[in-house]
Structure formats: structure tokens, C-alpha cells
Design a protein around this ligand. Sequence first.
Ligand code: ASP
Length: 424
Amino acid sequence: MEFKQGDRVRIEKNGTVYEGKVMPSMEGYITIKMNSGYNAGFSMDKVKITLLENNGESTNGSLNGGKESKEAGEEIPKPGKKLPKVAILSTGGTIASKIDYRTGAVTSQFTADDILTAIPELREIADFKGRVISSILSENMDSESWQNLARAVVEEIEAGVDGIIVTHGTDTMMYTAAALSFMIDTPVPIVLVGSQRSADRPSSDNAMNAICAALVAVSDIAEVSVVMHGTTSDDFCEIHRGTKVRKMHTSLRDAFKSVNSLPIGIVDYDTREIKTFIDYTKRGEKTLKFKPGMESKCALVKFTPGSDPSILDCYINGGYKGLVLEGTGLGHVSTKWIPMVRKAVNAKMPVMVTSQCLNGRICDRVYDTGRDMLKAGAIEGEDTLPETALVKLMWVLGQTDEFDEAIEMLREDLSGEITKCCFK
Ligand code: ASP
């Protein structure tokens, strides 16, 4: 019997049963995408295959409540009711990529419209318009790109959309999320989404992430958030606050985690419901405000045992305007680094201390190296992530040239980056 792409089948091999949807397969082999989201390939002559569902028409009952993705190219249902308007701004990254079989490398080739064609369910959630901002891998983003993107987001909100989705590479998504968080006061959701595996890979996470992102974009969570797989399975996505999120794994689908905070909530992929865990800014609570300006001459410097403090001199003499230090534990550098920290502060460069532990809060009052650092003029980043602290510093120095004002702003919680809490 022939099986078509999209057919749902049951495969029995050595007493084990696998069920899933037929994917593009090599001759003599059958590859299926299982409910877990992972694919499995079998040699056709070594297994028993039963057809369960013929490309949409059930022959043996629906296995997943009829929630399976429709194939690209299928007729897209016309929405019966008026749907919210969402703009998809594509910047590139894996979610917009496929393998170039000539070079074997993954390159960004899809636009927002291609994503809509590939994932037709999106059109049941909102009325989308696509806009290409760039087609780059996110390691190529910089503070200019963040500002161009922020400008485009603001234009779309001014034009009346109810939500924004930004498709983005995962590697630096947290920097962009933080940058948008500081630059925009938003009355509507701004959702960043990416995928760890490109659309043409069997275990791609792009469809589920994009669908979850769309559900958040039409929700009442009017914050900059990152929406990505919550586990390695296709069960739910997490909604992370843009200033509290970090990519914590190179390749797993649930690479993104909220640090020093619970996620804002989750999107159940099966029921399509959103459940929230912490307070968040609601739709319409804030008035749209665009505050561009980023000082790119800022650096994030990791302290390591025995490292030469003259590294800081390179920044001080190199025209840098501010530094974030990633210190050890509660926020330390060695005694040898302290004079250099003082030199930076005396040169009117704000120095903010964060921790390589990532989890927990800075407290420079416990050990003498910490107290010396505070005496030298460094400020504590509290429980801010180092990357978020860097973006905050860049943004603050893009807003003011006044050292004292900058220090005051850096100490404040500006966009959810500092959790108000006792030391943990
Ligand atoms: N290097 C890619 C990027 O960040 C990885 C990804 O998209 O997941 O653009």
C-alpha cells in the first residue's frame, strides 16, 4: 500500500507501536512525525504499517482531537468572523530558514508570508500582515538593527494592529527582546518567536512556536515576550518576559528559560488556552511610547580567576562609555581588578555588576572584595541577567549623557528586569 505525505499511520516494529503523520521519506523508507514532535524513520520492509487517517479523512478515529497541522499548499480557510490584526515582522533566523542542500548550511530564506503559507492554522487566529525587516541570522544583529526593528514595531502599532509577532533567530533573541522592552512602552503584545530547528527538519519546532506566539499576540499580555517550547515535547509553550529570558541550551527545543522569575505563563498547544503565573501589563494599560537611542560602545566583561585587570584599560582607553561586569558568585572580581573599576568610574563610565551564576541576586556587602567594588563606585545589577544589563546600559546611555542620571536610571527597575524581592 502507498502512503502519502500527511497520512496518519500506525507502525509496528518488534512489538513496539509508533503512530504519527507521514513526512517526506526516501524510497523504501517511511518517516513519521510522532505526537511528541520527534520523527522516526523505518525501512518499509521491516515493519507493519496501518493507515489510520487518509490525509484528513479519518478511517479509524482522530488520534489527537483533530489538531494536526494542515499541509502547506492546502486551501486556507477563510475566517468567518472578524479576527484581530497581527503584524508579523520577520528578521531571519532558523524560523525563516531551510537547509541549502548545495552547501548543507541553514540559511534564512523565508519571509513572513512564506511562514503563513506553511502554517495555515495561523490564519484562524488572526488576520496577518507580513513585513520583512531583514533576513539575517541573529548573530548579525546589532543596536542599529534593534532600533530599526523597534521603529517598525511602533509603526505597525500606530497603524492599528492588535499585536506584533517578531520572527527572530534564537541565538540573540534575548538581547533583542530586552532592547524592545526598554525602547517601547506598548499597549499591545509584542511577541518574539524563533525555532531551534528549521522548517524542513523532521523535529522542527517552528509550527508550534508560531501558533503559540500568535495566541499570545492576540491575548491581553501587553508586554514584550519570548514564546518558545516549554518542554522537548509538543505540549506547551512558555511565555517569557523579554527582560528575564535566556537561551540555556544549544539545540533542545525548550532552550529558553525565564531566570529569576517564573514565566508570565504558558500556552497549552492542545487546548490553545493561556494560563498565567505572575502579574503582567494588560492590553491598553500603557500608552504607546517610542524611546530610541542606544550607545553601542558598551561591553559585557566576564571576570575569570587570575585574569589581567588591564583588559578593562582597553575599554577605558578605547572610548567605551560603560561596562557590565559578569562577576563571580554574589558579584565579585579579584582585589587586583578594583583599582581598574575605580579608574573606569572616575572616567565617568558606569560599571554595573552582575553574576555568572545567573540565578540569584548580587550582594556586594558580604565579602570585602564586594565592599571594595562598591566603594570603587560600581553598582549592583540586583537579579538582572548580564545580557539584559548590557542592553539596559546601552539604552540608558542612549538616553542621557549625565553620569549621575545614568546611575540613577541603572539602579531602577525600568522594564521588569529587576525583581523586587529580598535576597535569595
Ligand atoms: N544562529 C541562528 C540565529 O540565531 C540560530 C537560530 O535561529 O536558532 O539566527
